[in-house]
Design a protein around this ligand. Structure first.
Ligand code: 5GP
Length: 187
């Protein structure tokens, strides 16, 4: 599927695959330097971060293991905190690893702050969060990723693993979804 088939459904490309590749090389080099000689586990949360993880782990040039999780988060508007349910867990004990959580996007920050809390209870040697995208304007809890590849405005984005109704994950660039599209096609 190429970009042509997405025309009309996206407002435009926000971040090209070349820009993504450049930033991944930079941050991959930082991580490689930081964790050289240390037991390193890269963990990502499915499904949104799978494309980023695939490219990011290949920019890490020191030995590392890879793990995946799936989570579902619940939030009640009457309480500030929510709950995160682990649908698929890591298959290793993380207490002997430096863990780098490789995420797609920090939006309200609620999912990641809960997940980080849960993972810290498992006593990793250290834990840091690398996120592809950050939307600081949308934050409702105090959460800051340790490394951010791109900071973006409050837009709903798709592509490079990010979906809208499970579609668009295979788009190679990061694009802004046209929220009016669904309304138009049902008229
Ligand atoms: P948070 O708990 O930070 O609000 O939720 C983060 C999750 O919301 C992300 O992992 C992602 O699944 C979803 N999300 C937030 N913003 C966007 C966006 O612009 N596009 C897409 N496709 N998903 C988003």
């Amino acid at each position: 599927m190429d970009m042509q088939e997405y025309q009309g459904r996206i407002k435009g490309v926000l971040i090209t695959k070349e820009e993504i590749r450049r930033r991944i090389a930079e941050v991959g080099a930082e991580i490689s330097k930081e964790y050289e000689g240390k037991p390193l586990l890269l963990v990502s949360v499915l499904k949104g971060a799978f494309v980023f993880m695939a490219d990011f782990c290949r920019a890490v040039t020191v030995p590392c293991e890879i793990g995946f999780m799936r989570v579902r988060s619940y939030f009640d508007s009457t309480v500030s905190s929510g709950e995160v349910e682990i649908l698929m867990d890591l298959d290793q004990d993380i207490s002997n690893y430096h863990v780098v959580l490789v995420e797609d996007i920090v939006d309200t920050g609620r999912t990641l702050s809960l997940l980080v809390e849960r993972l810290k209870q498992r006593n990793p040697l250290s834990l840091e969060v690398v996120t592809l995208l950050d939307k600081p304007d949308r934050r409702v809890v105090d959460f800051q990723a340790d490394r951010v590849l791109f900071t973006i405005e409050d837009r709903f984005v798709i592509g490079y693993g990010l979906d809208c109704g499970e579609l668009f994950r295979n788009l190679p660039d990061i694009a802004e979804y046209d929220v009016d599209y669904a309304a138009e096609v049902t008229v």
